[in-house]
Design a protein around this ligand. Structure first.
Ligand SMILES: C[C@@H](O)C(=O)SC[C@H](NC(=O)CC[C@H](N)C(=O)O)C(=O)NCC(=O)O
Ligand code: NI
Length: 142
């Protein structure tokens, strides 16, 4: 069950201010995704030559999502996995709650015993959705 470190996500209040800070540290923007529907932007930044170990800045255009801001700065740790269904089954068999099931064959969220959000992303293309994962509801805010 090989894991590949992908990124650490932090939420930011002021995108330009935060990006300027990380640029001072020498990080460069490597990828950006703007969601009109979700009203958020994801900006990946990494040191030159370490593009495979970025941070993911999440900027919600309308500010915090109503939760206490001190609980939303830190977002998640993300890992790539070879088979998201097998990994989630292994975790679930060992008592871990799958907060966001991998019903799309691509993305799942679990939480550590310290409530740290962990994002699991399928390496390569998404797997074909399969039961029972395809019909599982998310549990809580992942
Ligand atoms: C691209 C991949 O690395 C992601 O992390 S997308 C995860 C997705 N992010 C959002 O929806 C951003 C906006 C949202 N309002 C937020 O603040 O997270 C997501 O599922 N986020 C939930 C989470 O807990 O990370
Ligand atoms: Ni992420």
């Amino acid at each position: 069950m090989a894991l590949t470190y992908l990124h650490t996500m932090v939420r930011v209040k002021d995108l330009e201010q935060s990006m300027a800070f990380y640029k001072l540290l020498g990080l460069k923007e490597t990828r950006r995704y703007d969601s009109e529907a979700g009203r958020f932007s994801l900006i990946f930044m990494a040191p030159p030559g370490q593009e495979d170990a970025p941070i993911e800045l999440t900027y919600n255009w309308d500010g915090d999502d109503g939760l206490p801001s001190d609980s939303r700065h830190f977002g998640h740790l993300a890992y790539g996995v070879d088979n998201i269904y097998e990994v989630c089954q292994h975790l679930q068999d060992n008592g871990v709650t799958i907060n966001r099931p991998p019903r799309d064959g691509r993305m799942a969220f679990v939480r550590s015993p310290d409530n740290i959000s962990i994002e699991l992303l399928q390496n390569g293309d998404a797997l074909e959705p399969k039961e029972p994962w395809a019909s599982m509801e998310s549990v809580g805010h992942w």
